[in-house]
Design a protein around this ligand. Structure first.
Ligand code: NAI
Ligand code: MG
Length: 323
């Protein structure tokens, strides 16, 4: 039996995930859904953001639907999502950016780079180690190449880096180029800062962009500009044995508890989960329902409307289920 973990997490995660879960249950009527409590709220309640039990449960699942977690400014607090990505070795963070005029995918290395977690806080000097290894670069490059081949858009694979300044990115860039060559893919090597501007000016030039951890994090929020904001962007965190699907956005404490968060990023993340499990046509049906709901102007305030999270979720669900 297919087992799905549902993690609402904190803040608006609790509001958007129920809308996505309803759609998952519709397409997976026989799956077992397991609720897992983790995040900052859980830390406040129990002193642990994610218990050993919960981590074990996550590892036993076929897929995880994840909302968002709050990371408080306390320097002693380690991001639980980073820990999950490390423990489950979710090495590829795949972030599609899609709207009428844009259709690209950011493939972000998800286990090392500036988020290696190797850091030291000091009075006079603090350091964070930026780790780039041959193996992790190679596997993310291979993932990006296979997505590029599958999409078959006849556009070069773009490598985003800062090899002019960061020696660690020379290794990353060169491995990406070497892997692309073995696949006969054309590539375009770009400095990440110039890339951030160019993708906003000429999004049609882009198909697959592969980059390191923090650059991919920043680039994907930047690309939110092309699609109506963070409330629209889904993502997949994929490893060899595990897969976690989550909106790109965080727990949004500024709007949490008001029922106005945009659930589309979470719903699109559920669509990616269903695609990953090989559920035929689900992703297309969900995207069609999202498009119809947008066209009707049933949208949350971030998109200029006055619909609630539930209004949007129910509308999309009704179109999918034919009710
Ligand atoms: P954020 O993504 O939570 O919010 C940024 C801005 O976008 C806010 O103004 C928010 O209201 C808006 N926004 C985000 N999602 C939205 C949605 N679905 N509908 C409407 N508006 C939306 O990022 P921020 O403010 O930097 O971080 C807040 C908390 O979330 C922090 O504790 C941070 O550590 C955490 N975070 C967690 C992530 C995760 O769990 N994957 C990712 C990013 C941040
Ligand atoms: Mg981010």
């Amino acid at each position: 039996m297919t087992k799905i973990a549902v993690v609402e997490g904190d803040g608006i995660g609790r509001e958007v995930i129920p809308e996505a879960e309803k759609i998952l249950r519709f397409f997976l009527p026989d799956a077992e859904f397991v609720r897992v409590e983790l995040g900052f709220d859980q830390w406040k309640k129990t002193g642990s953001a994610c218990s050993k039990e919960s981590m074990k449960t996550l590892k036993e699942m076929d897929a995880i639907l994840f909302g968002a977690v709050t990371t408080p400014p306390d320097p002693e607090y380690k991001s639980i999502l980073l820990q999950i990505r490390h423990e489950l070795d979710l090495y590829a963070n795949i972030r599609p950016v899609k709207s009428e005029s844009v259709d690209l995918v950011i493939v972000r290395e998800n286990t090392e780079g500036l988020y290696s977690g190797i850091e030291e806080i000091g009075e006079e000097r603090s350091t964070t180690l930026r780790v780039v290894t041959r193996d992790c670069s190679r596997r993310i490059a291979e993932k990006a190449c296979s997505i590029s081949i599958q999409r078959n858009q006849n556009k070069p694979l773009v490598i985003g880096h800062k090899a002019n300044v960061l020696k660690s990115d020379i290794l990353f860039r060169d491995i990406c180029i070497a892997v692309a060559e073995t696949q006969n893919l054309s590539i375009r090597s770009m400095f990440i800062d110039a890339l951030c501007l160019d993708v906003l000016l000429h999004p049609d030039r882009y198909d697959v962009i592969v980059t390191t951890n923090m650059f991919g994090d920043i680039l994907s929020d930047t690309c939110g500009y092309l699609t109506g904001g963070l409330g629209m962007l889904p993502s997949a965190n994929i490893g060899k044995n595990h897969a976690l699907f989550e909106p790109v956005h965080g727990s949004a404490p500024d709007i949490a508890g008001r029922g106005i968060a945009n659930p589309i990023a979470a719903i699109r993340s559920a669509a990616m989960l269903l695609e990953h499990l090989g559920v035929q046509d689900a992703a297309e049906k969900i995207e069609a329902a999202v498009q119809q709901t947008l066209a009707l102007g049933i949208v949350t305030p971030d998109l200029g409307g006055n619909a609630s999270t539930r209004d949007v979720g129910e509308n999309i669900f009704a179109k999918i289920s034919g009710n």
